[in-house]
Design a protein around this ligand. Structure first.
Ligand code: PMP
Length: 397
């Protein structure tokens, strides 16, 4: 029969969410997660995935994963330190270090648990973390888990970061102070001000931590935001995911050998959770090889991103100030934004509404994630649908 208190907690809260239109219904895809997807028998142009380079469905990755599964089976069998480390895991980590231009790297089962793992392995209650207010949820949770004092700074506001870093340092209250930022902020597509952050970090001896989930494979000829700014030897922690541009699953830290050695003995998801499966690891290795040998996919991604941006802007939409292929279409009011996304869906474009509290109130947007796998025809079709819905709803004149 179950707990009464849990029953009433769930009923009350689910009813409230549903009445406010905030309960998210999840659509099951009947196809692979490519540029065109199928839901309930209908095809959609997909502008909602993080599969930036189209690698999630790339035949070379599929072949590598299939061969690895044939050789190693489907599971790693154990936690890495017990007997779950395969030679493939070591190869992946060596590749990641080369890709990121660092001494070493460590792989985790997801980007989310990588942030859980890495922050709390180094920071504790005697420390402080300066965190950009728009950092990803996994950074926020990783910071909380560490028990360090969390000091938020205004989004990409270097004066605020400087004064908070100075205050924290001069207070003498903390043993270590870290500054954490996303490399690319996924809601607006803006890039962190890494050279300024590094300058402030050098002034106050801050540990630097950049989560480049949305920059890897996209910026710096694929190597990411840190490489783009030429700061590979100045950022202590370079975090990335294997799930977005690389198209598979997993997360990693790239950095100095000592840091990686420490994470291998002190980060809990590494020590207590089963390793990445061999097929996924082999696919990731292949993805990195592709990225290190050619920029064709990145070029295509940027070309498609620029085309979509220019098209939406020419129609008269507010596309914010993204510096990456992420293309928000800012509608404003929450209900109208959701209605806009629903109408796009009815016409065959899958682009999700993102509203408060994920973005500030009144800044609701439909976020578009063009990929290297989209064709010009798909983007033209999406633009025509945007125009139709924009006019129907009176957003475009
Ligand atoms: N960090 C950032 C900045 C992200 O955007 C995400 C994914 N949304 C993650 C970490 C988590 O990555 P993963 O999906 O690989 O767990």
């Amino acid at each position: 029969m179950g707990s009464k208190v849990l029953g009433s907690f769930l009923t009350e809260n689910l009813t409230e969410l549903k009445s406010k239109g905030l309960y998210n219904v999840i659509d099951p895809l009947e196809s692979s997660n490519g540029p065109v997807i199928q839901i309930a028998g209908k095809k959609f142009i997909n502008l909602s995935s993080n599969n930036y380079l189209g690698l999630a469905t790339d035949q070379r990755l599929i072949d590598a994963a299939t061969a690895a599964i044939k050789k190693y089976g489907v599971g790693a069998g154990a936690v890495r330190t017990i007997n779950g480390t395969l030679d493939l895991h070591i190869e992946l980590e060596e590749k990641l270090a080369a890709f990121k231009h660092t001494e070493a790297a460590i792989a985790y089962q997801s980007g989310f648990n990588c942030n859980m793992a890495a922050i709390s392995a180094v920071m504790d209650k005697e420390d402080a973390i300066l965190s950009d207010e728009l950092n990803h949820a996994s950074i926020i949770d990783g910071c909380r888990l560490s028990k360090a004092k969390i000091i938020g700074f205004k989004h990409s506001n270097m004066a605020d970061l400087h004064s908070k870093a100075k205050e924290a340092k001069e207070s003498g209250l903390y043993k270590k102070i870290m500054v954490i930022t996303d490399g690319v902020f996924s809601m607006d597509g803006d890039i962190a001000l890494l050279p300024e952050i590094v300058e402030i970090a050098e002034e106050f001896d801050l540990i630097t931590y950049v989560d480049d989930a949305h920059g890897s494979g996209v910026l710096g000829k694929g190597a990411g935001t840190v490489k783009q700014f030429g700061l590979s030897d100045k950022i202590d922690f370079q975090i990335g995911t294997l799930s977005k541009a690389l198209g598979v699953v997993g997360g990693y830290v790239a950095g100095k050998r000592d840091l990686i050695d420490w994470l291998k003995v002190r980060s809990r998801p590494f020590l207590f959770s089963t390793a990445l499966p061999p097929g996924d690891v082999a696919a990731c290795i292949t993805a990195i090889n592709i990225l290190m040998n050619s920029t064709d996919l990145q070029n295509k991604l940027w070309e498609n991103g620029n085309y979509l941006k220019q098209g939406l802007k020419a129609l008269g939409f507010n596309i914010g100030s993204s510096q990456t292929p992420i293309t928000p279409c800012i509608i404003g009011e929450e209900k109208q934004t959701q209605e806009f996304s629903r109408k796009l869906y009815a016409e065959g474009v899958y682009a999700k509404a993102i509203v408060f509290p994920t973005v500030p109130q009144g800044a609701g947007r439909v976020r578009n994630m063009p990929t290297a796998a989209h064709t010009r025809e798909m983007l033209d079709q999406a633009l025509a649908i945007y125009e139709k819905v924009g006019k129907e709803m009176g957003i475009l004149s």
